[in-house]
Design a protein around this ligand. Structure first.
Ligand SMILES: CC(=O)N[C@@H](C)C(=O)N[C@@H](C)C(=O)N[C@@H](C)C(=O)O
Length: 665
């Protein structure tokens, strides 16, 4: 039990078990109910459990629709509103299940050997389009299963993409394709095939075609292209919608008349999140960009540690609006733009992060999940213009009424860089703050680097505040949410261009008079771990550091990260043998002799985004140099330990962080 401050106790690492997560708010066809996923961290099972709930838009008690000891997610209403299909891993692999809105037992619809990762109802409700790595041959083989002959355990690798973070071991050669199956159950048929990965199927309004996302370029093994295609629902030749080597598109949605398709993205695939994404429309003529002048990226660039993921698309309403998320200065909002062109306008705003949204088919209502600095998430509804907003759930109200939280205070400060650019940040005072006292400070640095800290609950930050630290976090250059120029500013200048921004924020908070400048900590994950390493290699002002899922050596990252050979080449100005000086100059390990700050290194064994060798190189070098360093390794975890790792590991990780700062600050 945490220490108390009057009526409210202090937050603890174990409180992640007391927080309920809601996600994927799906409004019903008649606009009168919202289905959503509710997730908890189950301490006894050391795993996540999620169920489908439904709440009336007019308010009332949410009704639990599924209660399997599993992860039920991705609720999708049938077009007539009579059924809800959802994904469940209750039989092992994720398959599609169906339940009547009148309740009762769910029935299994699919049983594909490789499971189902996504699906979409046909407009007439007769068919489901599915995404599965199953090949037709596997279904045939299943009829006459013969025993597999003894297989060798030797792995022969020929493709450059042989690993992906979040997938244990090596990638197989199976490709994700689109299938269809009768919604009432029956034999599935494969719609797409070939040496491509296909995703995000969306039916044309007439049900004849399925638009989808794929990379069918010649160089697809090496590039980051993402195209929009369409294929007859019965299968056949796919036709290009928005394709080519300059396509970085996703989230397709049809116009209600089926004459056009909208999608999000940009035309520099190699840049990834370093430049703003936009909303586009393809209608047979020239593809049009609808958000050219917006100055902010389309999509949610927010980063925090307490959420259940959903990946909302765009929405196109009968009255001609296209709805989309926008990341802006620490908020993620919902905007809309006329499909025929015009000014985008804010619909769902506020000092908060809208994590996902959906619109009723008539375009009259929006259901969404939003979180703010003191509340991780709840389900809301509003009218299509954002009016009449109502919160439909209060999933964490009771819990958070019992614990003390710190309200972040926003600031903007000139960078220490010559350009004195305005840097946006937040400071959280410790729980029980007393004017006149001086407190230790922890600087938190986000990853990406093109992520964005947001006006959104962050358990790690609240924990540090509960333990008596001042917490400061910012969106330095390289962050998304402030336009392309801001996000691209650190290209081939990681550390060099953003450290002045970070130090300006630390100095600003120290100037407020309630920080002990001799008790400073710094931490961050992934790119934030890179920056933690960079900072302690370039200043001794910090008394303790915790580097998490870090990057230390760009050259080895290039050849060992699952994104190294393209993300690295773009971010650092080229491939190592062409810009070797950049790779050396920008690698924190180059400055390891300058690192004197006591350092805790936290890393996951199966981190294929930032492989654990990034941590090992740093640890060995610091041990040889006789520095104060410890290395904590998490088995059977990947890059997302802090966000979706095993609950027990997430608690232990937080305890290691608190322990290190308590020891040195
Ligand atoms: C596909 C891609 O470019 N992903 C990058 C955003 C990425 O994974 N960057 C890592 C180095 C990173 O910093 N990740 C952040 C989001 C984290 O907190 O893990």
């Amino acid at each position: 039990m945490g220490a108390s401050t009057g009526a409210k106790r202090r937050l603890t690492p174990e409180d992640i078990y007391n927080i309920t997560l809601v996600s994927d708010a799906q409004i019903s066809p008649d606009g009168r109910h919202v289905a959503y996923t509710q997730t908890i961290l189950d301490k006894e099972k050391n795993d996540y459990r999620s169920s489908i709930f439904v709440v009336p838009v007019d308010g009332g008690t949410p009704r639990r629709f599924t209660s399997a000891d599993a992860r039920d997610s991705f609720p999708r209403w049938s077009p007539d509103g009579s059924r809800i299909a959802f994904l469940s891993n209750r039989t092992g692999k994720s398959q599609v299940w169906m339940i009547s809105v009148d309740g009762g037992e769910a029935t299994q619809v699919t049983d594909l050997p490789e499971g189902v990762t996504y699906f979409a109802w046909s407009p007439d409700g007769s068919t489901l389009a599915l995404v599965s790595k199953t090949e037709a041959a596997q279904l045939e083989k299943r009829e006459g299963d013969e025993e597999d002959e003894e297989k060798s355990d030797v792995v022969r690798i020929t493709r450059i993409r042989f690993r992906a973070d979040g997938v244990s071991g090596f990638l197989d050669d199976k490709r994700s394709h689109i299938w269809c199956i009768p919604a009432a159950g029956g034999d599935p048929w494969q719609v797409t095939s070939g040496d491509f990965d296909d995703a995000w199927p969306v039916w044309s309004p007439g049900g004849h075609e399925i638009a989808f996302v794929s990379n069918r370029t010649e160089d697809r093994e090496y590039n980051t292209v993402s195209e929009i295609w369409a294929v007859p629902a019965r299968g056949g030749e796919a036709r290009p919608i928005a394709t080519g080597d300059d396509a970085y598109f996703g989230r397709p949605v049809w116009s209600v008349d089926g004459a056009a398709i909208a999608f999000a993205g940009h035309r520099q695939p190699e840049a990834g999140g370093a430049i703003d994404s936009h909303v586009w429309v393809a209608d047979g003529g020239a593809t049009r960009c609808l958000t050219e002048g917006l100055g902010r990226t389309v999509g949610d660039a927010g980063i925090n540690d307490t959420f259940a993921s959903a990946n909302p698309g765009l929405a196109w309403t009968p009255d001609g609006w296209i709805y989309f998320q926008v990341s802006d200065s620490g908020n993620t909002h919902v905007y809309r733009v006329p499909a025929g062109g015009g000014d985008p306008s804010l619909v769902v705003g506020g000092q908060r992060r809208v994590l996902d949204f959906s619109l009723s088919p008539d375009g009259s209502r929006i259901a969404f999940v939003a979180g703010d600095p003191l509340n991780p998430c709840d389900v809301y509804v509003c009218r299509a213009d954002g009016s009449d907003e109502r919160r439909l759930t209060a999933v964490n109200e009771e819990f958070f009424s019992s614990v003390a939280l710190s309200q972040p205070e926003e600031f903007r400060v000139p960078s220490h860089a010559d350009d004195r650019a305005e840097i946006h940040g937040w400071v959280m005072k410790p729980i029980g703050f007393e004017p006149g006292r001086k407190y230790p400070l922890v600087l938190e640095i986000h990853g990406g680097p093109h992520g964005m800290y947001a006006n959104h609950y962050f358990h790690e930050f609240q924990l540090l505040a509960a333990q008596g630290y001042v917490v400061v976090y910012t969106n330095p250059r390289g962050s998304q949410g402030y336009g392309t120029e801001y996000a691209s500013y650190t290209r081939a200048a990681w550390g060099e261009k953003d450290m002045p921004d970070l130090m300006a924020a630390v100095d600003y908070v120290i100037e407020q008079g309630y920080v002990d400048p001799n008790r400073l900590g710094v931490t961050g994950g992934s790119y934030g771990g890179y920056m933690t390493n960079w900072v302690i290699g370039h200043t001794d002002r910090f008394n303790a550091a915790v580097t998490q899922r870090c990057v230390s050596d760009l050259y080895s990252f290039f050849g060992t990260s699952d994104i190294g050979f393209n993300f690295g080449a773009y971010e650092w100005g080229g491939v190592p043998w062409e810009v070797r000086e950049n790779y050396v100059r920008l690698s924190p390990i180059t400055y390891v002799e300058n690192m004197k700050t006591p350092l805790l290194i936290i890393h996951s064994e199966e981190d294929y985004r930032c492989p654990i060798a990034q941590a090992e190189q740093l640890f060995i070098s610091l041990k040889i140099l006789g520095r104060e360093v410890e290395f904590v390794r998490f088995p059977n975890e990947n890059h997302n330990l802090s966000r979706s790792g095993k609950p027990k590991h997430r608690v232990e990780r937080l305890q290691f962080i608190l322990g290190w700062f308590q020891r040195y600050l």
